[in-house]
Design a protein around this ligand. Structure first.
Ligand code: NOJ
Length: 741
């Protein structure tokens, strides 16, 4: 039964401006009818029971919705689930304002793509956008309006488990990838029921926790914040992202969920962000243990005053904001503003016109795992894998090989292969294991298998069988790595080795087969220390956690149907003591001299080289790409003109393939010191064997800007080194000069 007030709302929505895009007028009219507590209700989010993504917080959802005390839900989806809850909001509340349903759709919803760190290694923005488009199709078909993605935290910290959820260590690449995800999730028109709101998280600097421990303290100068950690967030604002999530960490003593400087001064005032900010899961309450809020009343006050519009799971806005307004401790304008932003998102999604528009059983049944989604997942998984090492052209394998031994705890795995944050991706029976993948290429008689050991347990009783199987084979493929729960939230490690007794098994297999070709296929969610393994095996293929079609894609690479083209977006250290280690570091006043690397009193270690094991941008191919010398159109750049830098890249190998061509620049002298090199552009090109292409980048003064010590964003005249290379490992040879016009 429709109430009188709901009738008025219908009138508002269908009145003269009702069919126009004038959402602001509609929101204002609606807000005129709302009580303060109802407005606060819009700022409250609680969780359903379809998934558990944080500590258990008790709620009586039905009651809270009926009372108008809830504006959004997380972890509630499926057509049946969301329609039951939406019905309560529409039919049993005074105003019938629809709920917003959000969920962590991070690298796929049902069809799972590689973990995000893996996808970033594809350097393929189109593919990344396609992955989030498919994720949005599947998620929206199950009643979801909103994803808590993309995570755009830059991270140079492999101990931190959440490095797996981002795009790696680089600010330029990270910003491009951030935009691609937003475009894919939100599409061109949010009122279409197959688009969902994106959420840039975790604002901000969450990727730089002390000692790599999740949720830990971040101390960072404003220059580093602005030059490295903020730009991907700004990029999402430029791409039209509708929501932001404040983070768990403190930043220079102020928790980011109570940080007025980052939330109001930068996000709202400098960037003019018009969407709404949701807290992370109870992150407003966590300002109490941080030692920043006295109690939950204080936490609610700080959160709202700082600019967090919605409280995820915390119960503090619902319980305390009204009193805080009555007492004059929180301005009602802030509540109005937060409510307005949240209602605006609901209008944009078309939920006021039809609150059930995402609820369509037919669509739910026919959308998940569409064959074209699975094909795309296979393609993306292959493009995301990185061939780290390939001695003696061990890969690709030949299907003519008589017997290949597949050994390791992840050969037949259909569980870990999806990685962490795998939303509602089905594992057993749906995910394609490496064993299934290689079975598409080989006859059963060619395949030998032994699990050998578990990922983490110390039990070596399977070693004998694994060694005996390895001896019977002509070639050996080890499929090993981390469990999916070893990266992601609250999964920091102090040790970056392949876990458990897997490294021992690798050694034993090598000892038993000194002359046989051994390939190591790795699944993991972070850079690992592979210093021993590079000497024990011939080839290393990093497939990350490759998702639903991961085993099939891995087989495509192993047998050369697809030529590897992924390149690392994070540095792989030699040992954990080098961390943090990243390509765009500073030089120091005592860099190691090229001519005399052992000179004393230099910035080095006495027990390890400074260099990493695998550099940012590294990734091999079955082909061999040669780069000509760089040609610059001019050695003088002015503030108003541009110069062109180009190289000719030639595929000298026997395979067609993709190559990621990378542009690096070094600002030699600045009013603040500048990184030794910075990625400023990239192009992923396809070259048939024997083919060549000229790859050209245009450089303008805009590309050379940075924040100086006064936090002014600008560019300083002077000399810049430049190179176009296959990875970040090179020495600059060419220079140009930026001069005044
Ligand atoms: C906590 C995580 O930090 C965040 O990334 C996630 O979106 C929320 N939980 C909701 O599950």
């Amino acid at each position: 039964m429709i109430s009188k007030i709901q009738y008025i709302i219908c009138f508002i929505l269908t009145s003269s401006f009702g069919f126009s895009q004038d959402y602001e007028a509609k929101v204002d009219s609606l807000m005129n009818l709302m009580t303060l507590q109802e407005k606060i209700g819009q700022t409250v989010m609680y969780g359903g029971s379809w998934d558990q993504t944080g500590p258990i917080v008790g709620t009586n959802n039905g009651k809270l919705i009926r009372e108008g005390n809830m504006g959004a839900m997380l972890n509630a989806f499926t057509v049946k689930g969301t329609s039951d809850l939406q019905k309560i909001a529409i039919e049993e509340t005074r105003l019938g304002i629809p709920l917003l349903f959000g969920y962590d759709v991070i690298h796929g919803h049902r069809t799972i793509f590689p973990i995000n760190l893996g996808m970033s290694a594809s350097w393929d923005l189109k593919m990344i956008e396609e992955s989030s488009r498919i994720a949005a199709e599947e998620a929206s078909a199950e009643g979801l309006h909103w994803t808590f993605a993309p995570m755009v935290d830059i991270s140079r910290e492999p101990r931190w488990g959440r490095i797996s959820e981002g795009a790696g260590e680089d600010v330029f690449l990270g910003s491009e990838i951030a935009k691609a995800y937003v475009k894919g999730f939100q599409g061109d028109d949010l009122s279409q029921p197959n688009t969902i709101l994106a959420c840039a998280k975790h604002y901000v600097a969450y990727g730089a926790p002390q000692a790599g421990r999740d949720y830990h303290t971040v101390n960072m100068g404003e220059g580093e914040l602005r030059n490295v950690y903020l730009p991907p967030f700004k990029a999402t604002v430029d791409a039209g992202v509708e929501t932001f999530m404040s983070a768990f960490n403190e930043l220079n003593g102020i928790p980011t969920s109570g940080n007025k400087f980052t939330l109001r001064d930068i996000l709202r005032d400098e960037w003019d962000f018009n969407g709404f900010v949701v807290s992370d899961y109870t992150s407003i309450n966590e300002m109490i243990p941080h030692g920043f809020a006295k109690d939950s009343i204080d936490a609610a006050k700080i959160g709202m005053n700082a600019g967090v519009d919605m409280d995820m799971m915390g119960h503090v806005y619902r319980l305390h904001l009204k009193n805080l307004v009555d007492e004059g401790k929180v301005s009602e304008d802030y509540i109005n503003d937060a409510c307005r932003r949240i209602l605006m998102a609901k209008f944009k999604l078309g939920l006021f016109e039809d609150p059930y528009r995402y609820i369509d059983e037919e669509r739910e049944n026919t959308t998940k795992y569409k064959p074209e989604f699975l094909t795309k997942a296979r393609e993306i998984a292959a493009a995301s894998s990185v061939l780290l090492q390939n001695k003696n052209q061990t890969l690709p394998l030949s299907i003519e090989t008589k017997k290949i031994a597949f050994i390791g705890p992840l050969v037949k795995d259909e569980y870990d292969i999806l990685g962490n944050w795998a939303a509602k991706g089905d594992r057993k029976g749906k995910a394609v294991s490496v064993f299934e993948g290689v079975s598409e290429y080989l006859n059963p008689s060619q395949i030998l298998y032994s699990k050998g050991c578990e990922i983490l347990k110390d039990d070596d009783s399977g070693f004998d069988e694994a060694i005996s199987i390895s001896k019977q084979a002509d070639e050996i493929v080890l499929v090993m790595g981390e469990g999916h729960h070893m990266s992601g939230e609250a999964a920091s490690r102090t040790n970056l080795k392949i876990p458990g007794i897997q490294p021992e098994l690798i050694k034993k297999i090598r000892e038993a087969n000194p002359n046989k070709k051994i390939t190591l296929v790795l699944m993991n969610g972070r850079p690992l220390n592979l210093s021993d393994e590079v000497n024990q095996v011939d080839a290393i293929l990093e497939v990350w956690f490759p998702g639903t079609m991961g085993g099939a894609a891995t087989a495509d690479l192993l047998f050369g149907k697809v030529n590897p083209s992924g390149k690392l977006t994070v540095t792989f250290p030699r040992n954990v003591g080098q961390v943090p280690i990243y390509y765009n570091m500073k030089n120091t006043g005592r860099p190691i001299p090229e001519t005399n690397p052992n000179e004393d009193y230099k910035s080095n270690y006495i027990d390890s080289p400074n260099t990493p094991l695998f550099v940012f941008g590294h990734g091999l191919s079955y082909s061999n790409f040669e780069y000509s010398d760089l040609i610059l159109s001019s050695h003088d750049l002015t503030f108003s003109n541009s110069i062109k830098a180009s190289v000719v890249v030639t595929n000298k190998g026997e395979f067609d393939g993709h190559e990621v061509v990378q542009l690096y620049i070094h600002d030699k002298v600045g009013s603040v010191t500048r990184p030794v090199k910075e990625l400023k552009g990239f192009q992923k090109i396809f070259l048939k064997k024997g083919e060549n292409k000229t790859v050209t980048f245009t450089i303008t003064a805009e590309d050379l800007k940075f924040y100086n010590s006064k936090m002014i964003y600008g560019v300083e005249p002077g000399y810049f080194e430049i190179a176009i290379k296959p990875s970040s490992e090179f020495k600059f040879k060419q220079t140009f000069k930026l001069v005044n016009d």
